[in-house]
Design a protein. Structure first.
Length: 138
């Protein structure tokens, strides 16, 4: 069994955003040379997420509205976490959207559904953050 590790770095200029990282993950898989195994992709920051869903603008808008209803940014005083930062909501949004995805690798490709794409979700942007890709297999 072999393993491969790669980091992706993002700096989203806004507080929130969704970035389709499927191509970057596929590139990492190609670079690994692994044809059968598992790929882990996770956000290495507690206010960011990696998730799988459809790449459709309406859905992304719906995420924004839904997440803001569940964990509104303001008033920031509603969160006990907020002290020197105002990102209590970002921690909750990350919890909802998830930390990571695991994808099967079959015949050297991501074994995902026809509409599935991998996304980096940012909930407290304006600073550099990383995503880890770890691939194991043969």
């Amino acid at each position: 069994m072999r393993s491969y590790r790669k980091e992706l770095w993002f700096e989203v200029p806004a507080r929130r955003g969704f970035i389709n990282i499927t191509k970057e993950v596929e590139t990492a898989l190609e670079q690994s040379g692994i044809v059968e195994g598992l790929l882990l992709c996770n956000a290495m920051h507690i206010t960011a997420s990696v998730f799988i869903n459809d790449d459709e603008a309406g859905l992304h808008h719906d995420y924004e509205v839904w997440l803001e209803k569940l964990a509104p940014h303001e008033p920031v005083s509603q969160y006990r976490h907020n002290g020197y930062e105002d990102n209590g909501d970002a921690h909750l949004k990350r919890q909802i959207m998830g930390r990571e995805v695991v994808v099967a690798i079959t015949d050297g490709a991501l074994d995902i559904g026809p509409w599935e794409q991998i996304f980096y979700g940012e909930f407290d942007g304006r600073r550099k953050k990383r995503v880890l890709i770890k691939i194991i297999g043969g």
